[in-house]
Design a protein around this ligand. Structure first.
Ligand code: AMP
Ligand code: GLY
Length: 420
């Protein structure tokens, strides 16, 4: 099989690393990829959102399966355009990707199908949004559209919520993504990510993972795309998992189908485990980053037949095996991230870190510059280790992290502690 992966971050390196191990694969391409994907695939100099060129390449090469990493090409209709030409895609249509692309859409689906989530209201008018806040407890203000994971303000009080409305709707810091907002009750608890494969009918859940969104230790500082992740998540008991599958994942997939928008690909549920049970914070239409890095390290089964079955509608014939080990991924980021940061700093120690047993260094924001690999993004590397206990996985991941240096590298020192 010839497979094309779309994207160029840490998630895509982890997907490429896993897909390359499949005996079914004869050729693997990644557009645009990064120096990590270049170790296992042929990188293409085509941006992830240039659907015309991606489609031309896939047709010319007779690609058997295209796997879409990021949300943007899905929301832009990559799957629809490829399928019109008879090409097989792992990932939802543009309409189905609204589950991530529009928070109002996903909240309406949850309300319609009784999927547990925070109480909310949607607004097009900032004054109406401000009026709604009166007398409410702590709220969360979210831009409706895509905002690269940064469109959510978790507010402690009304003043903060008013400020968030002003930034999103009046100052338009997320552009048109903020023409509409969602205001919802602030939930308390531990967060868990549950990802499932689906062909639109069958739901095949993966193991749970836990992300670390805040930039600093102890979950302090501003939210990022994710500073580290681990799997499994001990807080997520088998009973909780069953409850989430029955009350959240299956109703979402069935609801989409009933509404005439069948959903195929990965369904990612961001969950808050509250004292009143699990509630849905958001749905994403893709694999999580960095959750994918530990998940791919733990997945025992060949992922390629499962992705094909999602595209073919035959997922009922598939099952998934996992390594019992824990995987821990520590994200190493550029100085200043999630604010502005410098690029082009040479990275040292990649090979010694990567050659430690049970360790894989997944590249995210890196670039080849002559002989050097240099930083080229905010989240630079996902240093991931497997261990037969949580403690050992944490120790191994940090041993590897300590072998890697560049000027200004920052990382959290407490990834995985919640699992102990
Ligand atoms: P979202 O993109 O909707 O998942 O929001 C990003 C992050 O904001 C989540 O991972 C949570 O940490 C936080 N968040 C979102 N909604 C809520 C909520 N209703 N209550 C508390 N925290 C939230
Ligand atoms: N790690 C969070 C996300 O991928 O949305």
């Amino acid at each position: 099989m010839k497979i094309l992966i779309i994207g160029g971050g840490g998630r895509e390196h982890a997907l490429a690393w896993k897909i390359a191990q499949s005996p079914k694969v004869t050729e693997l391409f990644c557009a645009p990829g990064n120096p990590g994907t270049a170790q296992v695939a042929t990188n293409l100099d085509i941006p992830a959102d240039d659907i015309d060129r991606l489609l031309a390449f896939a047709l010319e090469q007779s690609i058997d399966l295209t796997v879409v990493g990021p949300e943007q090409p899905l929301v832009l209709g990559l799957a629809d355009r490829f399928q019109e030409k008879g090409l097989k895609v792992f990932g939802p249509s543009a309409k189905a990707a609204q589950l991530e692309g529009s928070k109002a859409f996903s909240k309406e689906l949850m309300q319609k199908y009784n999927i547990p989530t925070a109480a909310y209201a949607a607004f097009d008018d900032p004054d109406a949004a401000r009026a709604y806040l009166k007398g409410k407890g702590p709220q969360v203000v979210k831009a409706d559209g895509l905002a690269a994971g940064k469109g959510v303000f978790v507010c402690a009080n009304e003043a903060e919520a008013l400020d968030a409305i002003g930034q999103i709707m009046n100052d338009k810091i997320f552009g048109e993504s903020g023409s509409r907002i969602i205001i919802e009750e602030r939930l308390e608890g531990q967060e868990v990510s549950l990802l499932a494969f689906t062909d639109g009918i069958t739901v095949l859940p993966m193991e749970a993972a836990q992300d670390h969104k805040a930039v600093f230790d102890g979950d302090t500082g501003p939210n990022t795309g994710g500073m580290g992740a681990y799997s499994p998540a001990p807080v997520f008991t088998p009973e909780l998992k069953q409850e989430v599958i029955q009350r959240i994942m299956v109703p979402a997939v069935n609801g989409m189908r009933a509404d005439g928008i069948p959903y195929q690909g990965v369904l990612y549920a961001g969950l808050m485990i509250t004292p009143n049970g699990p509630k849905t914070l958001e749905f994403n239409a893709r694999f999580g980053d960095p959750e994918t890095q530990p998940l791919m390290m733990r997945m025992q089964s060949d992922i390629v037949p499962i992705m094909e079955a999602c595209a073919d509608g035959t997922l009922d014939t598939c099952s998934l095996e996992w390594k019992p080990d824990t995987a821990v991924c520590v994200v190493m980021a550029a100085e200043g991230y999630p604010g502005s940061y410098e690029k082009g700093r040479p990275i040292h120690g990649l090979d010694p870190a990567n050659s430690l047993p049970g360790v894989t260094v997944f590249h995210a924001g890196t670039k080849q510059a002559g002989e050097d690999i240099v930083t080229s993004g905010g989240r630079v590397l996902g240093v991931t280790a497997l261990g037969d206990t949580v403690q050992k996985a944490i120790e191994k991941a940090y041993q590897a992290v300590e072998k890697i240096q560049w000027q200004g590298a920052q990382y959290r020192k407490d990834i995985g502690q919640k699992a102990l």
